[in-house]
Design a protein around this ligand. Structure first.
Ligand code: AMP
Length: 368
């Protein structure tokens, strides 16, 4: 089949590799020159919401998907008249606004941190009183990798936070002193078949994912997360891969957000699971049964951010994925995956790689 992918970054690139392996061809739409996915298929160079360019992509393809969530929903609704769009624009609409996303979690009885919509500095002061400090202030739309966020530790910071972020619609959220963060990744096709991956433990620094480890060996947490992701997938009549990010607090799981797409915390599935998240996304959007999602070992993934040190290229452990991007501070340039027979061995290998990255770049290169 011909698959149209909106966005030609690293997720598009990895989707493109999986599509090629499945015998599909890919076309991309992206405004940048020489984006990572140009390696795997032709790219229409245009803005993501350019109706004419989207129509050209749809005419060329049997099915459309997207690699990131800041695509204009209305433009997708229009183009869905030409070719099927998965995940559906309505699923995307929920994920684009942190307020509607939280309201959806509440409707589905998925626990979340305390929060309030914010429309004024006074709302922020009221939220600080009602929820308590620290408080995380987030823009409702267009945030990623911790961008568009501020943490309030004391009431004296309210005015500054309002000045910095108040130009956009906001929410304020309880600061969660979590034990650790996990993501639950699931896939569903139009026939309603669902498969889920093992829970993945994620480490962030500066709002950016640094390291993921799977499986999380906690049966109760895994079952709870699976219930939540099943609810989401069914309620949204979802088609494709979805990643649900959660905070772990003792026995509790609190949902942070969901991404209606393949996700950085699922990159380990390329080498570490029976079927990768990329292959499963493609199987789902072409209405085939999801492939098996079992773990092939204890997997770890370390993002290579800002630079890919030469010493990492020379390593004889792990699988290096270089997206071919120009180095820039805080930019995800690649990742490296390890799969080991035990979690101890996996963690030893991750430490070894992390030490090499740190020696080459300083502590900013990795949060591991
Ligand atoms: P987000 O953009 O919402 O995914 O936030 C990026 C990262 O910031 C999360 O993965 C957490 O590490 C941290 N974070 C976000 N919201 C909260 C919160 N309410 N409490 C504690 N940490 C948070």
């Amino acid at each position: 089949m011909r698959i149209g992918i909106i966005g030609a970054g690293q997720l598009g690139q990895m989707l493109g590799h999986a599509a090629t392996d499945l015998g599909h061809s890919c076309y991309f739409l992206d405004p940048s020159t020489r984006p990572p996915a140009a390696r795997v298929g032709p790219v229409i160079q245009a803005r993501f919401d350019d109706p004419a360019a989207l129509a050209i992509l749809a005419e060329k393809c049997d099915v459309l998907t997207y690699e990131f969530e800041n695509v204009a929903v209305d433009a997708l609704v229009d183009v869905a008249k030409i070719a099927a769009v998965y995940p559906s624009p309505s699923a995307l609409r929920h994920a684009q606004d942190r307020l509607t996303e939280k309201q959806l979690f509440e409707r589905l009885d998925i626990p979340i941190p305390l929060y309030r919509p914010i429309e004024s500095a006074q709302d922020l002061a009221d939220a600080a009183t009602a929820i308590g400090l620290p408080l995380v202030v987030k823009t409702r739309r267009m945030g990623y990798d911790g961008k568009g966020q501020a943490v309030l530790h004391e009431a004296g910071q309210i005015e500054d936070a309002w000045q910095a972020l108040g130009g956009s619609a906001l929410i304020a959220e309880q600061w969660v002193d979590f034990d650790y963060e996990v993501s639950a990744i699931g896939v569903r096709n139009a026939a309603g078949d669902i498969a889920t991956y093992s829970l993945t433990q994620n480490e962030h620094a500066g709002g950016i994912l640094r390291v993921s480890r799977a499986p999380v060996e906690d049966v109760a947490l895994t079952e709870r997360a699976e219930r939540y992701i099943h609810r989401l997938l069914k309620h949204l009549d979802y088609v494709g891969v979805l990643a649900l990010e959660l905070f772990v607090l003792g026995e509790k799981l609190l949902a942070n957000e969901f991404a209606p797409r393949v996700h950085n915390s699922g990159h380990w599935t390329i080498e570490g699971a029976a079927t990768s998240q990329f292959t499963n996304h493609l199987l789902a959007i072409t209405n085939q049964h999801p492939g098996p999602t079992g773990n092939l070992g204890h997997a770890g993934m370390l993002n290579l951010i800002g630079t890919i040190p030469q010493a990492v290229r020379q390593l004889d452990i792990g699988w290096l994925h270089d997206y071919g991007k120009t180095p820039r501070t805080d930019r995800k340039l690649g990742h490296i995956t390890v799969v080991a027979d035990s979690s101890e061995d996996r963690d030893r290998q991750l430490r070894e790689i992390s030490d090499i990255v740190t020696r080459s770049t300083g502590p900013e290169g990795t949060g591991a």
